[in-house]
Design a binder for this molecule. Structure first.
Ligand code: SF4
Length: 437
């Protein structure tokens, strides 16, 4: 239990799943109990939420990445599980119904190859001895031999190689034992093996599956001066080149004192992380490109507006969009119209012209969309657009007084997001200046 405590606590900085925090003992007359320790939730490809035991094989590491709590030079309590212990704990937790799967990562023991061999041993025990058929997400260790990574992928459902920092320069400064090449190489290998495996499966129905749930990665946000533009460009490239299922962003939480890193009392940039997730959504489902959302001149997202609203405000020449004629791709770019409502609009307008009332029924958020659309070539009746109305509506109705730049504070989960408490802002200028304002 002590080891489990140490190794689940050390694993919590990986954001591919979130901690449940629920701890409840069994009661007489009631069925079931829960354990908070390392139990996290993740979403399967079909949208199901599954609980996972999220644990490290060891929090000892021969590397010294400055941002990491497990780095070699950090004086913390160390522990390591054997492959047998990992397999045993997973099965015990599974039988008690605490978990439906395993998320297994590790610090580097001795070498990337040795660590990968340990991970393989644990997964082989689970799959071949215990016949565990549940979900397993395993971290691929950069620098490990290709043959070992190939064996690992045949035992896991999902693999991930953490890219950690968005530029070689930042990696060189904060993670001197790693390089962009050493991280991208296993990513490329996994992508190729997944592709080959797809054609194997077509030819041989019983061919073993290689990481059938694909691969993902994680990037730390806020530990280095890298901009949102750099992060988003890299994200787009990773989706295109490596067909990743997800890129996760992790707001940097200072855990160690280091002159190269933000001070220990710096709050994690959660709002920035949130904006990046919104932008990631736009890349994956809305047909946006990174360089449409940001550029060298405005390299960071406006914290006051979501990226889609920001884009629309900066591209007023493309609006208003006539709902009854606009192509699907343009409907997707209207704030307040999501993928589902755009699909419903395209379907519904085959049967007749749509008006604002019909749009509301189709799930369009008119509060935002009204400023950017017409129905039957007419804007919403009585709509008066001024900078102030537009701003207030796009910012969830919160007031932003004119003429002074806002002092934006990074929020944590427990802060109240009260924009009316912000000092006055400069309307359109503020929006156009983006995060610089
Ligand atoms: S290799 Fe991984 S566990 Fe080791 S210090 Fe770097 S980030 Fe931490």
């Amino acid at each position: 239990m002590e080891k489990l405590e140490i190794l689940t606590a050390s694993a919590k900085y990986d954001v591919a799943c979130t901690s449940s925090g629920s701890d409840r003992k069994g009661q007489a007359g009631a069925l079931g109990n829960t354990s908070a320790m390392g139990i996290c939730h993740s979403f399967a490809a079909d949208g199901r939420c599954i609980s996972l035991l999220k644990v490290l094989m060891t929090n000892g590491c021969v590397y010294d990445c400055a941002y990491c709590i497990n780095r070699k030079s950090n004086p913390i309590r160390r522990a390591a599980f054997t492959p047998e212990e990992i397999a045993d704990i997973t099965m015990q937790f599974y039988r008690r119904n605490y978990i439906e799967g395993l998320f297994l990562s590790s610090g580097i023991m001795r070498s990337p190859d040795y660590t990968t061999e340990q991970l393989i041993s644990a997964l082989e025990l689970l799959r071949n001895v215990y016949h565990f058929n549940g979900y397993i997400h395993v971290k691929a260790i950069p620098g490990a031999d290709e043959a070992l990574l190939s064996r690992l992928g045949l035992l896991a459902d999902r693999m991930s190689v953490n890219i950690e920092l968005p530029s070689q320069e930042s990696l060189g400064r904060l993670a001197p034992d790693k390089s962009k090449v050493s991280i991208l190489k296993p990513m490329g290998l996994i992508t190729n093996r997944i592709k080959e495996n797809r054609s194997d499966i077509v030819r041989y129905n019983h061919a073993p599956r290689f990481a059938p749930a694909g691969q993902s990665t994680q990037m730390i946000v806020g530990a280095t001066p890298d901009t949102d533009y750099q992060i988003l460009n890299l994200t787009e490239g990773l989706y295109r080149k490596y067909a990743l299922k997800r890129v996760f962003f992790s707001a940097y939480t200072p855990v160690v004192e280091d002159s190269l890193l933000p001070a220990l009392d710096t709050k994690p940039p959660l709002l920035r992380e949130h904006r990046l997730y919104q932008a990631d959504w736009l890349l994956r489902f809305y047909g946006f490109k990174a360089n449409e959302l940001l550029d060298e001149a405005v390299p960071n997202f406006n914290p006051l507006l979501d990226p889609k609203c920001s884009w629309a405000v900066n591209h007023r020449e493309q609006f208003p969009v006539e709902i009854n004629r606009a192509p699907y791709e343009m409907l997707l770019r209207v704030p307040g119209i999501g993928v589902r409502s755009a699909q419903r609009i395209v379907k519904a307008r085959r049967a007749g012209s749509l008006d604002f009332h019909a749009l509301k029924k189709l799930g369009v958020v008119l509060k935002r969309a009204q400023f950017f659309i017409t129905c039957k070539d007419k804007p919403l009746e009585g709509l008066k657009v001024s900078e102030h109305t537009l701003l207030r509506s796009l910012m969830s109705g919160q007031e932003l007084a004119p003429n002074q730049p806002p002092q934006v504070e990074q929020l944590t989960l427990f802060d109240d997001f009260n924009l009316s408490a912000l000092p006055a802002a400069g309307g359109w200028d503020l929006l156009k200046k983006g995060a610089k304002a």
